[in-house]
Design a protein around this ligand. Structure first.
Ligand SMILES: Nc1ncnc2c1ncn2[C@@H]1O[C@H](COP(=O)(O)OP(=O)(O)OP(=O)(O)O)[C@@H](O)[C@H]1O
Ligand SMILES: [Mg+2]
Length: 512
């Protein structure tokens, strides 16, 4: 048994939080080792310690049986450990080759040898079966390919241990598939991989071993063959988790949102959304399925008022809101969970209380005659943080001190908790653990039961199918199909998602 990495008794404290509590973990040569756990369980902290980004308070790291100490990522890289963070650190205007070699350039003295860099990167990509054009500009690459560049970057620095923090969270299912293939190839060449994920099915599919963390500790290490999604979920959360939710029947009310002939442009002026029309009624979840980049992001931004409509109309509760700005729409009762929690969802340097009140701090009961009532702000925040199980539920904490999933919970607490008439949610459960997903799905169904309207955009087809009363498929800026829940199944929706619309219609025509 060839153990390349061993963690012994790793402990890490943050003010008021024990993030890692005497963690033990072993990683074998050529192994794919998944790390699972609730939001805030300490997964990212542990990986940052292995990658030299953080120093443990106690415990030690052994490489090939010898104790090592990392006081910076540089030390860990020199020892053969590479980490790919969830937010990529590439320079968009540079080429693939320039990004890969940055900081470790070939060439003599100060002259950068571009040809040599491209040759080296091409060789590296071939050796590890990771196709990518070394001369392409990173800004022009898909998320999946950018991730590949990040991985190549670690191998250029001779990594033998690769750490991936939620690598599939931003990938399409197809890209995730390709990543797993890459991971298997790497493992076959003796590279050891530690990877964090919240998706139990993919963990069972790709990992050789799975370690579950809870409250900073490792609670179990298992092999996929000897466990199940249900058992993993229960181990993570410490109680039985309902992995699918049931939609009770709800009487549908009047139209809350009406979109007609809506056209929305991308930054470069090309249409992202083309002549889209639909209505969402009180008590209805309208789900939009689709492959990322088919106009869903621009559609929700237009409805939230963050992107102008180039043509068409948006009506909310019977009023034409097409010309309203985002703030006016929010105050009128449109809640919005954005795609990008770091950029548009939260202000990282603000406290949780401030983030929760972001859109209403100037209104009663949080303000009186223009003065902000800090005590009201605080106590309301405390209640919401507890209701949404944000850990830790401290109103005074800066948003940046929270784990990724807990940041997402703060946005959900603000938006779902604002008692909206319409909820517009883009990937609301991205980065959440199974227990938190169960809760958020429950909250969406609660709003639906209270006669609110919900627009749910998700790249997870199962999530759309599970929650939606109406399932639409977006493809190349148009709604390619709209099904009532009973008529939408995986096969049918999947076909439209990949543009098999004409094929689908032909088949249905032939079947008639
Ligand atoms: N820089 C920091 N300052 C203060 N507390 C922190 C900091 N980084 C992490 N924490 C805390 O440490 C705990 C573990 O966080 P960590 O990011 O490791 O969780 P995680 O398991 O990766 O969760 P997620 O699934 O949500 O990404 C959390 O309670 C978090 O609030
Ligand atoms: Mg994390």
């Amino acid at each position: 048994m060839d153990e390349v990495l061993r963690l012994r008794g790793i402990t890490k404290r943050f003010p008021g939080v024990l993030a890692n509590d005497r963690v033990d973990l072993g990683l074998l040569r050529g192994e794919i080792h998944a790390v699972l756990g609730e939001n805030g369980a300490g997964k990212s902290t542990l990986m940052k310690i292995v990658a030299g980004m953080l120093e443990p308070d106690e415990g030690r790291i052994e490489l090939d049986g010898r104790p090592v100490r990392f006081s910076s990522p540089r030390d860990a890289i020199a020892a053969g450990i590479g980490m790919v963070y969830q937010h990529f650190m590439l320079i968009p205007v540079f080429t693939v080759a320039e990004n890969v070699v940055l900081g470790a350039e070939p060439g003599r003295g100060l002259r950068f040898d571009r040809r040599e860099a491209e040759r080296e990167v091409r060789e590296l990509a071939e050796r590890y079966h990771m196709e990518v054009d070394p001369a392409a500009r990173v800004a022009d690459l898909s998320v999946g390919l950018q991730q590949r560049v990040e991985i190549l970057k670690t191998f250029y620095r001779k990594a033998r241990i690769l750490i991936l923090d939620e690598p599939t969270a931003a990938l399409t299912p197809q890209e995730a598939r390709e990543l797993f293939q890459v991971m298997r190839n790497l493992a076959g060449q003796g590279i050891s991989i530690l990877f964090i994920s919240h998706k139990l099915d993919e963990v069972l599919e790709v990992a050789d071993r799975i370690t579950v963390m809870r409250h900073g500790r490792t609670v179990a290490t298992l092999r996929p063959a000897e466990t199940s999604e249900q058992e993993l979920a229960n181990l993570m959360v410490g109680r039985a988790v309902q992995l699918t939710s049931v939609r009770p029947p709800v009487e549908r009310g009047p139209a809350v949102l009406e979109v007609a002939d809506l056209t929305v442009q991308r930054e470069d002026g090309r249409p992202a959304v083309q002549g889209v029309g639909f209505a969402i009624h009180a008590g209805e979840v309208f789900g939009i399925a689709g492959v990322e980049g088919n106009g869903q992001a621009e559609l929700v931004e237009a409805i939230a008022g963050l992107r102008p409509a180039a043509a068409g109309r948006i009506r909310f509760l019977g009023r034409d809101v097409t010309a309203w700005d985002a703030r006016r729409r929010a105050l009128a009762g449109i809640a919005y969970v954005p795609e990008d929690r770091v950029g548009t969802g939260l202000v990282m340097g603000f406290t949780l209380a401030e983030n929760l009140a972001l859109k209403r701090y100037f209104l009663p009961p949080l303000a009186r005659r223009g003065w902000i009532d800090r005590r009201a702000l605080w106590s309301e925040a405390k209640g919401r943080l507890e209701a949404y199980d944000v850990r830790p539920p401290e109103p005074g904490l800066a948003a940046r001190a929270l784990s990724g999933g807990n940041q997402q919970k703060v946005i959900l607490a603000r938006e779902l908790g604002s008692d909206p008439e319409l909820l517009v949610a883009y990937q609301p459960t991205r980065g959440l653990d199974v227990g938190a997903i169960e809760f958020v799905h429950g909250q969406i169904l609660r709003l639906r039961g209270e006669g609110k309207a919900i627009l749910l955009v998700s790249l997870e087809l199962d999530e759309v199918l599970e929650l939606s009363d109406t399932v639409a498929v977006m493809h190349r800026g148009r709604l390619a199909a709209v099904f009532p829940a009973g008529e939408a199944d995986r096969e049918r929706v999947g076909l439209y998602m990949t543009g098999g619309r004409e094929r689908a219609q032909e088949e249905e025509g032939a079947g008639r």
